[in-house]
Design a protein around this ligand. Sequence first.
Ligand code: ADP
Ligand code: MG
Length: 269
Amino acid sequence: MSNPSSQAAPKIISIANQKGGVGKTTTTINLAAALAEAGKRVLVVDLDPQGNASTGLGIDSEDREFTTYDLLLEDIDLKSIILPTTTAGLHIIPATVDLSSADIDLISNEKRSFLLHDALRQTAMDEFELDYILIDCPPSLNLLTVNAMIASDSILVPLQSEFYALEGLSQLMWSIREVRQSGNKDLRIEGIVLTMYDQRNNLSLQVEQDARDNLGELVFKTRIPRNVRVSEAPSFAMPVLSYDTASKGAQAYRALAREVLENNEEKVA
Ligand code: ADP
Ligand code: MG
């Protein structure tokens, strides 16, 4: 790795689970904000055609001139693609529905699985001096998600505390093993985080027990509670850390960020 400055390469983490509505986007936005609050320089890559991370971080659709689609398939100056957010140190590459055709447009490209990997490692990226890149994945195991997995150092899996939560995990783990064999042998699992956790609900306790029994150390100590402030924040176009900084949700995402920092920073030193 030739890195003329002493700057280390950013850690790239995909937030993935092929189930919709489990808290991927919420976790991407708020973990990113918590890492930024801890002084890190963070980029969110919105890889979901629904563009919820872009909306949640305050990028209006009319301001999404260039998107992740352009990052993958066009040659556009990164300065036009990477947008600042209202959170200091937090940037985003937004998405629009254009991205839904990328899955098809990618197929004919011989580097189809490596486009995001290569785009995030181009030298022009160095200028942004990023510490972390978080990729908000779509709710499927399509070519976009494969791009995310190949581009990443690790995968962070939100697990909604509800019935059948663990069933989808085996499919995801299988995909991770495939990617390790095909293009990214060092891909780690950053951890599994319980989302929308409700301590008073037996089902939450059961899902947690099952997850910890089966996955052990892979499950983060931090649980993200079900918290109405977390679900309100996106409609105010900000992370819950800014919307209600003392809320249970904000505190939980700060705790999650501390665990992620512990996982990663010791390896850098
Ligand atoms: P995904 O990206 O996996 O589809 P989202 O992050 O969009 O999931 O979350 C799905 C829904 O659940 C959203 O309406 C979101 O506001 C809500 N939600 C997510 N996490 C929480 C939480 N901790 N407390 C309350 N609502 C939540
Ligand atoms: Mg989402």
